[in-house]
Design a protein around this ligand. Structure first.
Ligand SMILES: C[S@@+](CC[C@H](N)C(=O)[O-])C[C@H]1O[C@@H](n2cnc3c(N)ncnc32)[C@H](O)[C@@H]1O
Length: 286
């Protein structure tokens, strides 16, 4: 990839818009707007522009925005529960413009390792510099191409401590990488992370597992990201994922299918419909 990730830009814009334009945001992310590029910052701030964008450029993607919002909420919830239980490190894989580590109330006793392609990371750091958050002592940047380089070596060479309890947050990425890299990364986590550590991620359902009325939405989104040069390539159903995780040695992984995610987060909200295309998972190292 020769330029910073476009999908990372779009998901950041989605969080910014949700925070600024929703009456009662499900996930509150005020730093997202600071991390948007100039164009999306304007769009997020001015409702007529937001509405125009939702009807034009984002028309094909707008149905998937609740997934982007809820995965961030899910991550926040898991982090908050683990942080009370001796969590020492957070790895954000494919971090993009994720703002979680930069919140004023972030517990800085937790060391954060952000992994991403160097070009996206450089752009993020330039944006962070504008708000004086590019050099926080609790955040380490690990520039790395998961397709080409060893994650284990990358983390180790940047001071990651494999003996410390860790949460690995891996959202918005698993469907962009090949299945063998995805499984290889999980094996590395299972083999190397301390007991009590967890890996959380979202995954994309195979087309045949997507309900009929969501299929056109999935197709539009898939075409959109492919045209942006970041095609979806890895899909898993619940049974396959369960089987692979257990084979790797994660006992009792928690897989949240769309109905469960809806029950957990969006019951009673007509303005917020979770797309039945992606699901969440938490795999704990015992
Ligand atoms: C859709 S964005 C998700 C960003 C963030 N996790 C979120 O949910 O907002 C995907 C991110 O994965 C990164 N990425 C894609 N391929 C990668 C690779 N081979 N190695 C490392 N990072 C990669 C992109 O640069 C981008 O920041």
């Amino acid at each position: 990839m020769q330029r910073p990730s476009k999908t990372a830009e779009l998901v950041c814009a989605a969080r910014a818009t949700h925070t600024l334009q929703y009456d009662n945001p499900v996930y509150f992310d005020p730093l997202a707007v600071e991390l948007c590029g100039r164009f999306w910052k304007l769009v997020a701030k001015y409702k007529p522009l937001t509405m125009l964008m939702n009807d034009v450029i984002m028309r094909k993607l707008v149905a998937i925005v609740p997934e982007i919002i809820l995965r961030a909420k899910f991550c926040e919830d898991v982090f908050n529960s683990l942080v009370q239980n001796e969590l020492r490190q957070l790895v954000v894989l494919g971090a993009g413009y994720d703002s979680f580590a930069y919140r004023d109330d972030f517990p800085t006793k937790v060391k954060v390792f952000e992994v991403d392609l160097e070009i996206t990371q450089n752009e993020k750091r330039a944006r962070l510099a504008k708000i004086h958050k590019d050099n926080l002592p609790h955040v380490t940047y690990v520039p790395l191409d998961l397709k080409e380089q060893s994650l284990e070596e990358g983390l180790e060479s940047h001071g990651f401590d494999f003996s410390h309890k860790t949460l690995v947050s891996w959202f918005g990425v698993t469907y962009y990488i090949d299945r063998d890299i995805f499984l290889q990364s999980l094996k590395i986590f299972k083999r190397t992370l301390a007991s009590g550590s967890a890996v959380i991620f979202d995954f994309l359902l195979p087309q045949e597992d997507i309900p009929d009325h969501w299929k056109p939405v999935e197709q539009r989104c898939a075409n959109f990201v492919a045209k942006k040069g970041e095609p979806w390539s890895n899909r898993l159903n619940e049974n396959e994922l369960q089987y692979e995780l257990e084979r790797i040695g994660f006992s009792e992984p928690e897989i949240l299918m769309p109905e469960v995610i809806e029950q957990k987060y969006v019951v009673g909200r007509e303005d917020f419909v979770f797309p039945h295309i992606m699901c969440f998972c938490m795999a704990t190292v015992t």
